[in-house]
Design a protein around this ligand. Structure first.
Ligand SMILES: Cc1cc2nc3c(=O)[nH]c(=O)nc-3n(C[C@H](O)[C@H](O)[C@H](O)COP(=O)(O)OP(=O)(O)OC[C@H]3O[C@@H](n4cnc5c(N)ncnc54)[C@H](O)[C@@H]3O)c2cc1C
Ligand code: FES
Length: 259
């Protein structure tokens, strides 16, 4: 299994960590897509059967290193948080289908909620490099959970919302999706908790803005074998179940069915 060295690990908020590690693949040669994920396990943890899926937040192709930003909540992520520079981590990936950024667009909107915002950083950088203007609408519970704001500020315009008003405007991300904000937007890209994705999907449908949603299904194998990550989608009027780890985690918004 691909074992790589941790380059850096730091705390970036209450219970939140940013970990930089060597890429298990040659990024220059093999490439990657913003929105793909890494499947990680602290290398000493053979008792932890399942890996933990974390989104690729940033990729440094020159130095061949990857960054993830994550919340330490259960046993697996708490163990990852204990790793320090020089420790070994077992990493599969980048896996799955990421965001298919559409060339020819002039302005894109990124909508992220909580620990769903990390994959939007690499995507925003990519869109900016393509010459697009980017606006990010980011929502957090409170100031101590607000992450990656410097990175998003470098990408383009940014609106921050928080549940308690301790940072940005008080309210949900959908509160910021007004006609003024959406006026020139060609496409949106969103990642966050399922209730947020559902609300974003409904709002963007009203404003007729096409886009993509990144789903956070629970995962087992991460490579299409266990069928533990299926989600219902609708393609050409036909309902079917797809494996989020293989065919996703990113899907066109209009295809995603929420129960
Ligand atoms: C494609 C994808 C990208 C993700 N990106 C990030 C990210 O960038 N940052 C971040 O903090 N979190 C991310 N998550 C959620 C993260 O994978 C879970 O929080 C984590 O696996 C929980 O593991 P744990 O050890 O903390 O909890 P445990 O309670 O030990 O987890 C038990 C089991 O449930 C699974 N599980 C629990 N919660 C989730 C969940 N929400 N989604 C999927 N599997 C879950 C675990 O894989 C494990 O098998 C992502 C999830 C997916 C599917
Ligand atoms: S996680 Fe096993 S099939 Fe998707």
């Amino acid at each position: 299994m691909p074992k790589v060295r941790v380059v850096k690990q730091e705390s970036v908020g209450t219970g939140l960590y940013k970990m930089v590690f060597e890429s298990p693949i040659d990024l220059k040669e093999k490439g990657f897509m913003p929105g793909q994920f890494l499947h990680l396990r602290p290398s000493e943890s053979y008792d932890l059967l399942l890996r933990r899926p974390l989104s690729l937040c940033m990729a440094d192709v020159e130095h061949n290193v990857l960054t993830v930003v994550y919340r330490a909540q259960g046993e697996g992520t708490k163990r990852l948080a204990r790793l320090a520079a020089g420790d070994v981590v077992d990493v599969l990936g980048p896996l799955g289908h990421g965001f298919a950024a559409v060339s020819g667009d002039r302005r894109s909107l990124l909508v992220g909620g909580g620990i769903g915002v990390p994959p939007l950083v690499e995507l925003g950088r990519y869109l900016k490099k393509q010459g697009q203007s980017v606006i990010s609408v980011l929502g957090f519970q409170n100031k101590s959970q607000a992450i990656l704001l410097d990175e998003f500020a470098q990408i383009g315009d940014m609106i921050v919302m928080s549940d308690d008003g301790t940072i940005g405007e008080r309210g949900l991300v959908t509160g910021a999706l007004t006609e003024d904000v959406l006026m020139d937007v060609d496409r949106f890209y969103s990642c966050g908790p399922t209730p947020m994705l559902k609300a974003v999907q409904a709002t963007m449908k009203v404003f007729c803005v096409p886009g993509f949603l990144s789903l956070e299904e629970r995962m087992g194998c991460g490579i299409g074998i266990c069928v533990g990550c299926v989600h219902e989608i609708s393609q050409k009027g036909e309902l079917k179940y797809v494996k989020t780890c293989k065919e996703g985690p990113v899907f066109p918004s209009e295809e995603v069915v929420f129960s």
